[in-house]
Design a protein around this ligand. Structure first.
Ligand code: ATP
Length: 446
């Protein structure tokens, strides 16, 4: 394991080596468009007499030949200025974050590039947000989570495409080893526990022995309690966004890492295998392809939890109102599925069972069951019934002599149900149906 000064010296010597040695160009694998964009960033940096580098996970993915839609650029001093100049040149849009020395540039083609001024970081205590100061490239690489994410590729014209690896990162990456940069790493930033598990499972890598014991020690000390819950949960959400979150959840569970949700939370991960399988199948349908599934996995994770535990989880971590409502509804998923499974059911009855459920809860129901008829009913609701609207409204009913109030709402709902069931379709038919309803609600008629 490297320590402070030795590590810095090693990285600095590697950076100098870039200037003196002819090395492999690591960017040649990229498509022409990305290559051209990166060249232009490097040329603009050169004009401004600055050094610019591609850094972090993007470098890892370039070496692994994996698609990565991000482009993270570190600039030695004033990244914001460089991003602004490029935005002008490309007619792009730039958003700056002065306090962090970062900028995000969106090109006119919708491609996003993040620029950051090289920085060094130190932690006042475990779990605190780091104290940030401008720094050099070696310091910027040293602040990173794992060796495999701590490489840079130079993009200035004279050293374009050359890899900067002062930590043996390339070897670790090739061997499939996840290694922290220093012993205190997981304690300084416990979100790295989740990142380690995520990368280990995503790439089928192995944690280096010492890294694994440091991770276990951090979990034993409940280091996650030092991090603000929403921040820790954001990193957890990244796990649920993975192609196969179940692998990560199982590993995390095996390491005792799910306790951050609640000390009394008991995971029943075997049920999630089936959920995952069904999500994969559902995703193949065009209609469900673009959906975001993290919340569905989370609903599955909470499915067997005690409702008091779920309540605490909902209070502790930050969810949007819609997410919170969806999670609460998901605890009753079996009841709704039962309702949707009965033999004879009109589309309007399906509509009534689903109309107040959140979109994610409905998706959750869709993957909770393999019953075809339930799938068909949910699909019909999502594709058709929920969009059915009436031509008439309360005004039309008033003109027919019905005062506003609950009866008016009930009449409109009954007419809507008739329309969903295909019994009526035109405005005339809606008005006729309204008159027919009048008798039922004679108490409210003027
Ligand atoms: P992904 O493919 O999931 O996006 P990534 O490695 O690109 O993975 P990001 O969260 O986009 O992950 O972070 C970009 C880079 O920033 C990382 O590769 C790493 O170098 C650094 N980084 C991110 N989070 C941390 C952290 N908690 N501690 C240290 N470095 C971090």
């Amino acid at each position: 394991m490297w320590t402070g000064k030795g590590l810095k010296r090693f990285i600095n010597s590697s950076i100098r080596a870039v200037e003196t040695r002819a090395m492999k160009n690591y960017l040649l694998n990229l498509d022409q468009k990305s290559l051209q964009t990166i060249r232009e960033i490097g040329e603009e940096a050169e004009r401004k007499k600055r050094s610019a580098y591609i850094v972090g996970g993007v470098v890892r993915d370039i070496i692994l030949k994996r698609k990565n839609l991000d482009l993270d650029i570190v600039v030695i001093a004033n990244a914001i200025g460089l991003a602004r100049d490029l935005a002008k040149k490309w007619n792009g849009k730039v958003t700056t974050y002065k306090e962090f020395g970062t900028a995000s540039l969106e090109t006119s083609e919708g491609f996003r590039i993040d620029f950051a001024t090289a920085r060094r970081e130190c932690y006042a205590h475990s779990g605190a947000l780091p104290h940030v100061q401008p720094g050099n490239l070696s310091e910027d690489l040293l602040r990173r989570d794992f060796t495999m994410n701590a490489m840079a590729i130079a993009i200035n014209p004279d050293c374009f495409g050359q890899l900067i690896d002062g930590l043996g990162s390339l070897t670790d990456l090739q061997k499939g080893v996840i290694k922290v940069l220093y012993d205190q790493s997981f304690m300084d930033d416990p979100t790295r526990i989740l990142r380690a598990v995520r990368f280990e499972q995503r790439f089928s890598f192995k944690m280096e022995e010492r890294t694994l014991s440091l991770l276990k020690a951090a979990l034993q000390k409940k280091a996650f309690l030092n991090v603000k819950p929403p921040r820790y949960f954001d990193e957890f959400k990244n796990i649920l966004h993975e192609e196969d979150p179940i692998k990560c959840l199982k590993r995390l569970h095996q390491l005792g890492g799910l306790g951050f949700l609640n000390p009394r939370f008991k995971a029943h991960l075997q049920d999630l295998n089936l959920l995952h399988q069904r999500i994969q199948e559902t995703r193949k349908h065009l209609f469900y392809r673009q959906k975001d599934w993290w919340l569905i996995y989370f609903m599955g994770l909470m499915a067997n939890a005690d409702c008091r535990v779920v309540d605490r989880v909902l209070t502790k971590f930050s969810f949007t109102k819609n997410e919170r409502v969806g999670i609460q509804q998901s605890l009753k998923a079996n009841e709704v599925i039962k309702k949707l499974s009965v033999r004879q059911l009109r589309p309007s009855q399906v509509y009534q069972a689903l109309r107040y459920l959140t979109g994610e809860m409905i998706l959750y129901l869709r993957v909770m069951t393999s019953t075809r008829i339930v799938h068909r009913r949910i699909d019909q609701f999502l594709i058709h019934s929920r969009y059915v609207k009436l031509y008439i409204n309360g005004e039309a009913l008033k003109q027919m002599g019905i005062v506003s109030g609950s009866s008016m709402g009930k009449i409109l709902e009954d007419i809507l149900c008739l329309k969903i069931d295909g019994k009526i379709s035109t405005r005339q038919e809606e008005l006729r149906a309204a008159s027919a309803c009048l008798g039922k609600f004679s108490g409210s008629i003027c």
